[in-house]
Design a protein. Structure first.
Length: 401
């Protein structure tokens, strides 16, 4: 009896210590988000014509590592670092393009539509983000046509979905909203892409949101789930001007994540790779670029992936000539409302489109606040003389809050 009680108590302590019900956990999420946003902003500013994607990805990972190393220096056992390696996917490339030094590079051109995706963690608390922009686009040099359509579709779909991440709403509503907003701009959500609940040291947690489910996903079914206070999500919205059907190509997969599976690897190179990946990255996604010997890493990962010890993040493409936009936010569901802690502002005036959202319910959703409105307190009857002027003002101010 005593043993069961002790076990239950320790489980409760563990749960409290790993959710945003605890102030310290919120602080760690915010610290990670500040680093993610800062590095994301730096990358967006550096992505100019003639820039190398390989160099941009290396720069992003270097900055994430540098910034995370600056926090909690005195806590040697506290893990921190990259939670998702820097990926730069251009135009019809959907996601996960993060080339090695030995891979063919891509040189950024004026007018390219760029998606930057990255993230870091502090003590296993993950903050990820993705941002889309058109190189050279501005208020005075607007992006038009399908590029503008897809950026605005993805942005507004992400903002609409964000407003549904609250207690009482469910994942099916989010899927439907992303569909409807994308259609307003004559675009389609990329098929089968997932948004996950974030948990400590887990980037793909229990609850999930599927956008534009594949036939297989429809058959298997996505479990309907309601959102709850003190949950955290990586809301990831990807929208295409094309059919939205992702295809793998000959481009090498460089991003992987270790699975919590045991298997005795045969090759010495594979064992050495697996051991280094486990030590450096734990269960966080990583790029083969993070290994000193890329050649050995490329060789070692093959056996690991073959026996399901490593989960690959393939580089997906839409049809040539189409464009894909992505916005990803880290979202905390707090008692007083929904808190978006990652993501950069979008210069909407840099995009000009003939399409718009006409559905009144979607317009109202996009204009709604992320904060929960507090019920106003009824004025108490005056029982004694008039209150001092300062007291009356402060009560009014409190009511406004």
């Amino acid at each position: 009896m005593a043993d069961d009680s002790s076990s239950a108590a320790s489980d409760t302590e563990r749960e409290v210590g790993t959710t945003i019900a605890e102030d310290l956990v919120v602080t760690k999420y915010k610290m990670a988000s500040e680093i993610t946003n800062r590095v994301l902003k730096e990358l967006v500013e550096k992505c100019a014509p003639n820039s190398s994607v390989t160099e941009m990805c290396s720069f992003g990972d270097q900055r994430l590592t540098e910034e995370t190393e600056k926090v909690f220096k005195n806590k040697k056992d506290l893990k921190k670092g990259i939670a998702f390696p820097t990926c730069l996917s251009v135009n019809n490339c959907i996601c996960h393009f993060s080339p090695l030094k030995s891979d063919p590079d891509y040189v950024i051109k004026d007018g390219d539509l760029i998606k930057v995706d990255l993230g870091c963690h502090i003590d296993g608390f993950i903050a990820v983000a993705a941002h889309t922009f058109v190189v050279g686009a501005s208020k005075d040099n607007k992006a038009t046509g399908r590029k503008a359509d897809v950026v605005l579709a993805a942005y507004h779909a992400a903002e609409g979905a964000l407003r549904l991440l609250k207690p009482g709403s469910n994942n099916y509503q989010v899927t439907e909203t992303i569909d409807k907003i994308s259609e307003s701009y004559k675009c389609r959500p990329v098929e089968g892409m997932l948004s996950y609940q974030l948990e400590k040291e887990v980037i793909d947690g229990t609850k999930r949101i599927i956008q534009n489910p594949t036939e297989l996903q429809k058959k298997e079914g996505c479990e309907k789930c309601e959102f709850a206070v003190h949950e955290v999500y990586a809301l990831d919205v990807l929208v295409s001007t094309g059919e939205g059907k992702p295809k793998e190509s000959e481009v090498r997969t460089t991003v992987y994540k270790r699975k919590n599976i045991i298997y005795q690897l045969k090759m010495k190179t594979s064992r050495a790779f697996f051991s280094e990946a486990e030590k450096k990255h734990g269960l966080m996604p990583f790029t083969l670029r993070s290994f000193e010997d890329e050649k050995k890493a490329r060789l070692g990962v093959i056996e690991c992936a073959k026996h399901d010890l490593m989960e690959p993040y393939p580089v997906y493409f839409e049809k040539e000539g189409e464009f894909v936009a992505e916005f990803k936010y880290t979202v905390l569901i707090m008692p007083n409302g929904t808190m978006k802690i990652t993501g950069l502002p979008v210069e909407l005036e840099a995009y000009q489109t003939e399409n718009q959202i006409t559905d009144e319910s979607l317009k109202n959703l996009l204009q709604s606040s992320l904060n929960i409105k507090k019920k106003k307190k009824k004025n108490k009857k005056k029982t004694s003389g008039a209150k001092k002027e300062g007291e009356a003002e402060s009560e009014e101010e409190e009511e406004k809050k």
